[in-house]
Design a protein. Structure first.
Length: 159
């Protein structure tokens, strides 16, 4: 019997889980699918707050993804203690996310998640993926392009 390879679990993270993190999640899922390795991954995204729980991603983010031929059925959800115990990677977008996550991880006994900035994988060295919420369509496009660059390197490093 062929042993099932352990799935790599990756969670993209943001305060509200309606702009940057669902874009990153959708981009990464498409990339893993196109590379034929999506079945080796558990891919999700989550939020620190419960502000948007159950909501679809921001319409501008969805429009941006559609422009690039990507659909997502994601609904915002709040990160749980179990996420820190089950996910291998939790990738976030900026320093305030990073400090929130590290605080939460410290309160979880068996936290195993490697918490990193998604931007740390950017070959163009743009560490922070800026929130496009109060911006315009081009700000969502910038987030998309950064996510593509970062997710490509992250996937290569974990393939």
């Amino acid at each position: 019997i062929a042993r099932q390879a352990k799935l790599i679990m990756c969670l993209f993270f943001l305060t509200g889980n309606i702009c940057r993190s669902p874009i990153a999640e959708a981009v990464f899922r498409k990339m893993a699918t196109d590379a034929g390795v999506v079945d080796k991954w558990v891919i999700d995204s989550g939020a620190t707050t419960d502000w948007n729980t159950g909501s679809s991603p921001d319409a501008r983010g969805l429009a941006c993804l559609r422009t690039h031929g990507i659909e997502t059925k994601h609904r915002a959800r709040q990160v749980t203690k179990e996420d820190f115990m089950s996910f291998d990677y939790i990738l976030c977008m900026d320093e305030s996310n990073l400090s929130d996550l590290k605080k939460k991880a410290n309160s979880v006994k068996n936290s195993k998640a490697k918490i990193e900035l998604l931007g740390s994988y950017d070959p163009e060295k743009q560490l922070i993926i800026k929130d496009p919420y109060y911006g315009h369509e081009e700000d969502f496009e910038n987030v998309y392009e950064q996510c593509v660059r970062c997710c490509k390197v992250f996937l290569e490093n974990n393939s």
